[in-house]
Design a protein around this ligand. Structure first.
Ligand SMILES: [Zn+2]
Length: 142
C-alpha cells in the first residue's frame, strides 16, 4: 500500500499516479529526501546571501525615511545587495515621527554605482517629498 503524499489516499503498491487526486506517487522516503534537499538548498542560499556583502562600506546616510525606502527599492531593482542599521525598529521610524538617518552599506565593489543611484534618488524625490510626509502623518493619528 502506498499513501498519496498529497491527499493521503491509500493507493495500490504498483500505482504510479494517485487514483483520487492524480498526484505522482512517491515513496515516503523519496518525498522526505526531496524536502531535505530543498531545505539544504535554502540554507545554502541564505549562507551565500550573508556572504555577499564581504566589505560593507557606507554608500549613503539618508535622513529622510521616504528617500531611504526609495533608495533601497532602487538598490534592489539594480541587484545591489545592501545592509542598513534599521532593523526591528522600522515601524518606529515611520510612525514615531523621528526621521533618524539610516546608514546604508553596500559591498565595496558596488559603492560607485550605489552612490550614483543615490544621487538619482535625491534628485528625483525632491518634488513629491511633502506629499509623502503628509501621508505618514495621517497614518500616525489613527
Ligand atoms: Zn492523492
Amino acid at each position: 500500500m502506498k499513501t498519496c503524499h498529497v491527499c493521503g489516499f491509500a493507493c495500490d503498491n504498483d500505482a504510479e499516479i494517485c487514483a483520487l487526486c492524480g498526484a505522482e506517487l512517491k515513496t515516503f522516503e523519496a518525498y522526505e529526501q526531496e524536502l531535505r534537499e530543498a531545505e539544504e538548498r535554502a540554507a545554502e542560499k541564505a549562507a551565500e546571501e550573508a556572504l555577499i556583502i564581504k566589505k560593507p562600506v557606507l554608500a549613503a546616510s539618508v535622513d529622510n525615511v521616504v528617500a531611504a525606502e526609495i533608495y533601497k527599492d532602487v538598490l534592489r531593482d539594480n541587484g545591489i545587495h545592501f545592509t542598513c542599521d534599521e532593523s526591528d525598529d522600522a515601524m518606529q521610524i515611520v510612525f514615531g515621527g523621528g526621521f533618524n538617518a539610516q546608514e546604508i552599506y553596500v559591498n565595496e565593489d558596488d559603492l560607485e554605482i550605489a552612490q550614483q543611484l543615490y544621487e538619482n534618488v535625491v534628485n528625483a524625490q525632491m518634488d513629491f517629498d511633502d506629499q509623502d510626509f503628509e501621508g505618514f502623518e495621517e497614518f500616525e493619528e489613527e
